[in-house]
Structure formats: structure tokens, C-alpha cells
Design a protein around this ligand. Sequence first.
Ligand code: ADP
Length: 217
Amino acid sequence: MGKRQFAVIGLGRFGTSVALTLAEMGFEVMGIDRNEELVENVKDYITYAVCADVHEEKVLESLGIRNFDVVIVAIGDDLQASILITLILKEMGIEHVVVKAVNDIHGKVLEKVGADKVVFPERDMGMRLAHYLARANILDFIEISEEYSLIEAKVPAKMVDKTLREIDLRSKYGVSVLAIKRGHQVIVSPPADQRLSASDVLILVGGNRELDRFSRM
Ligand code: ADP
């Protein structure tokens, strides 16, 4: 199987970041924007950088968009363009279309027109930052679903020098320890007799309510 190929439509801050990161990882990436300057900015770093307005099927067709496994629509401000382009891509039979939404209604419409994945980068980053700021011992936060999340947290003072068996997070707090970060080392699926130290970082998964209770400790 060959390497997957990605096309990014819209080279604003989000699209550019996606395109450059994929290119750095060694993937073939085509970046498209109607703004020449934005195309210039990335052209030395990605496989193809094209200046075009792609609101019509024939333009997308002429760019060979059908050859790409994943197309990312990274247009924020122009909702009409974002929805229309998503619809055209799905009608053309592109297997995997990922679209950036700016709000819930935009997201709902994108799902209706067939987007395979809708992402909300501003909302998600805002949530992560709020969780980080609100709870002194939460270092990072990733929403897995509406009910479940994954967090990185400091070890609460009363758990320092205790083993996982002693603190029994799963039955007492309803959260599971996936891993422990200790300096540069990561202890994945730590054993029950693993003792925690004050500088450890816990990677926990659980229900939002349970994680919230844990983080108030
Ligand atoms: P961000 O918030 O990530 O910076 P923007 O909404 O500012 O995102 O950027 C979207 C980009 O998409 C802009 O650079 C704009 O020129 C481009 N764009 C919007 N509509 C089209 C279109 N029909 N064809 C090509 N590029 C488009």
C-alpha cells in the first residue's frame, strides 16, 4: 500500500498547520488557497501548492482531487464555501472528507452534507485551556466523547509515595491510570504495585464527572 495522500483546501492558520505537519511527517500533501500569498508561504515545504478558487466541481476535478485519500476543508470564515465544497467533494466520491467547523450549527450542516469528520479546533482548544486553568493539577485535557475524557494530571499530595493499589483510583474515583510520565520515561499500563512520586504526571481516562472530582482533590 502506498503512502496516503492528503489535500488541504484553505491555507489559513489551521489549514497551513495541518499541511505543514503532514508534510513534515513525510506524507504527500497538496495545499490549495485562492490567496496567492498564502500559497507562496507553504510552497517550499509541501508537495504541491496551488493557487485556485475551488468552489466548482470542474476546478476540483482539474486539480486531480480524486487521487487524494483524505481531503481537509480548512475554511473558517466563508461558511457557504465550506459547506458547498464539502458537498461537492462527497458527491465526487472522495472517501474521507474532514472539515473544520466554526460553531455547532456549521458542524451540524457539515454532517448533513456528508462530512466524514467535523473538527472544532477553536472550541476544543478553548475547552482544553479552560480545564487547564480551572484545575491546578490538570496539565492537559482531551475530550474522547461528550462523556469521557483523557487528562494529564499532577499527583495529588495525599497520593504521593502510595502505590496504585493503595489509592485504588478505579473503584474510589472511577478513573483509570493509562500511563505515568516520569521525567523522560513513560510507564504504560503501570502495575498495581507502582509507587507514585511527587513529580510524576498521571495520564487518566474516565467520565467527565469522575475526572472533575479527581481534579478537585
Ligand atoms: P483560519 O481561521 O484557520 O486562519 P480562515 O477561515 O481565515 O482560517 O482561512 C480560510 C482560507 O481558505 C483563506 O485563506 C481563504 O483564502 C481560503 N478559501 C476560502 N474559500 C476558498 C475557495 N473557494 N477556494 C480556495 N480557497 C478558499
